[in-house]
Design a protein around this ligand. Structure first.
Ligand SMILES: Cc1cc2nc3c(=O)[nH]c(=O)nc-3n(C[C@H](O)[C@H](O)[C@H](O)COP(=O)(O)OP(=O)(O)OC[C@H]3O[C@@H](n4cnc5c(N)ncnc54)[C@H](O)[C@@H]3O)c2cc1C
Length: 509
């Protein structure tokens, strides 16, 4: 992206929302710029959540959250098929642990039906046991349309679709100022600070755009304020998770949630599994002052284990391998609790500015539906002409095609065929997740921004297993050095400031 370039649309933020919006807009012939302050897509909230494709039972009828949740849920399976992203319609049990919660369960059923959620039904203990052996509770609400998706893979795939269809991404680029158009219909002027990837400095980038879309997640309040759009403040609310060992894969047949408490900032600590079958317990909900502070705490992790055990007493919650935290960009202040609706609007105060803020859960589920809505809002500001050569399927990036079949998931015959075709499939880099050299090289080759360890991890699952990188990190570092020409001093976990190796102890002989 060159300085002083002119675009039709500038998107701030490359989380799942910004990437879905850019992908939807890239069906048109417009010029799109996407700014992301981090080194890759999905390094914000979009990679630290439950990955649940919600059914839509939890949200008040008539709200954006209810509407986009249900529509997003309907769109998700087809989208994941097109983009070859793991998706699994596993269903969900919301369990009443006591008789006194039956009323709340019925209210959720009625709310879900009003929202158009298909197949909802109250199930007794016998059916609960059939759906999830060992589950606690007296009765449950079953929602068969709840699913799970890999949140980072979805974000990456949407970004790739946008990129292959011409959207220009600029990473390590923080938007710092937005000037309004001087005359109606003219351009906004955006100023951004672009980090110097291989050095300590940074430079200023200025571009012009006719429409600005604020999809900055936790940074959306600050971005709206830059241009003088009145937008309510964001209250960061942290959710911590436990990750259990893959050994327990298969212990969870469906997702298990408690009945949410009134005024709680979350849906209650639940048991979910990732698209790869790894069980998560969480998230907690705790308002914090710094949204970027993603630390986990011992007391909450202990509480998560107890809560997980309460829902499924047979689960060995001590078999955990890691923890992480994500932060909700809440519009409801702590004293109010609960949820406020998403704000998604074309600003009247500043025409041409589309503001998306407070996109907490179910933002991941809603992303495809929100993207279509924002595309329509953009179409009211700019003529959008369909691009005949639009690439719908998972695209080739940097000349590297996408392989949907993971070596770990292949049958013995397929593994043999893969290794015969490319001997690098015969070289295992990550033992815990059985990731091969061929896959790490493919992932590095397809990244269209800076290559980081986390970028490789989210694309291949290296470092996500029991050893958490203890064995494979060194090998990946060597691969980045030898095959991608990234010297080890310039290798980072997630971008500048997370360098892996601060320097050499002695010079190479
Ligand atoms: C604990 C937790 C659990 C959740 N579980 C679920 C779930 O199971 N199902 C579901 O549907 N939803 C869930 N969600 C909600 C979902 O994760 C979010 O709604 C969604 O990821 C929001 O995406 P986003 O693109 O708006 O935000 P982000 O992914 O944070 O993207 C915003 C991006 O903007 C960038 N940015 C910010 N400021 C600037 C700037 N000035 N210049 C350039 N870039 C900037 C950030 O770096 C970031 O990458 C959960 C959320 C949390 C926190």
């Amino acid at each position: 992206m060159s300085s002083n370039a002119e675009y039709d649309i500038a998107v701030i933020g490359a989380g799942v929302i910004g990437c879905a919006v850019a992908a939807a807009l890239s069906r048109s012939t417009c010029r799109i710029a996407v700014f992301e302050k981090e080194a890759d897509v999905g390094f914000g909230i979009s990679s630290a959540n439950s990955g649940v494709v919600h059914s839509g039972i939890h949200y008040r009828p008539g709200t954006f959250r209810a509407r986009f949740n249900v529509t997003g849920n309907r769109m998700m399976e087809q989208l994941c098929r097109e983009l070859q992203v793991p998706f699994s319609p596993v269903g969900k049990l919301t369990v009443a642990l006591e008789d006194s919660q039956r009323k709340s369960l019925r209210a959720l059923l009625e709310q879900g039906e009003k929202n158009g959620v298909p197949g909802l039904r109250i199930v007794n203990q016998e059916e609960m046991e059939h759906l999830q052996p060992g589950v606690a509770g007296v009765v449950a609400l079953y929602s068969p349309s709840t699913g799970i998706v890999s949140p980072y893979e979805l974000t990456i795939a949407l970004a790739e679709r946008a990129c292959a269809n011409g959207a220009e991404f600029s990473f390590c680029t923080r938007v710092t100022g937005i000037e309004r158009p001087r005359t109606p219909g003219s351009h906004f002027h955006l100023t951004a600070r672009k980090g110097d990837w291989y050095g300590p400095g940074s430079r200023e980038v200025r571009i012009a755009a006719r429409v600005v879309i604020n999809a900055a997640g936790l940074g959306s309040y600050a971005a709206a304020r830059m241009v003088g759009v009145s937008s309510p403040p964001i209250y960061p609310c942290r959710g911590e998770y436990h990750i259990l060992d893959k050994r327990l894969k298969g212990s969870l047949g469906t997702l298990v949630y408690p009945v949410p408490e009134a005024h709680s900032g979350g849906l209650g600590i639940h048991l979910t599994s990732t698209a790869e079958g790894v069980i998560l317990i969480g998230p907690s909900n705790e308002y914090i002052s710094d949204g970027e502070y993603a630390a986990t705490t011992r007391t909450i992790l202990q509480a998560l284990r107890e809560e997980g055990h309460r829902l499924l007493p047979s689960l060995d919650t001590h078999d955990f391998i890691r923890c992480f935290a994500g932060t909700r960009p809440k519009l409801a202040p702590p004293e109010e609790g609960g949820f406020r609706d998403f704000i998604i609007e074309s600003s009247r105060e500043v025409p041409g500015f589309i503001n998306l803020t407070g996109i907490e859960s179910p933002g991941l589920t809603s992303a495809p539906a929100i993207a279509e809505y924002v595309r329509n809002l953009t179409g009211e500001l700019l003529p959008l002409h369909d691009k005949p050569e639009f690439i719908q399927e998972r695209p080739v990036i940097n000349g590297v095609p996408f392989s949907s079949l993971r070596f770990a998931d292949a049958s013995p015959e397929e593994k043999e065929e893969m290794a015969a075709r490319n001997p690098e499939y015969g070289s295992i880099v990550c033992r815990c997740e059985t990731v091969t050299l061929a896959e790490v090289k493919e992932a590095a080759g397809r990244i269209f921004g800076p290559v980081t360890l986390a970028g490789i991890k989210y694309r291949t699952r290296t470092m996500m297993g029991r050893c958490q990188g203890g064995f494979c990190l060194q090998r990946i570092s060597d691969i980045l050095h030898e095959h991608c020409s990234i010297p080890i001093e310039r290798q980072t976990l997630k971008g500048p400031g997370s360098e892996l190796f601060p320097g050499r102890l002695r010079e190479e002989q």
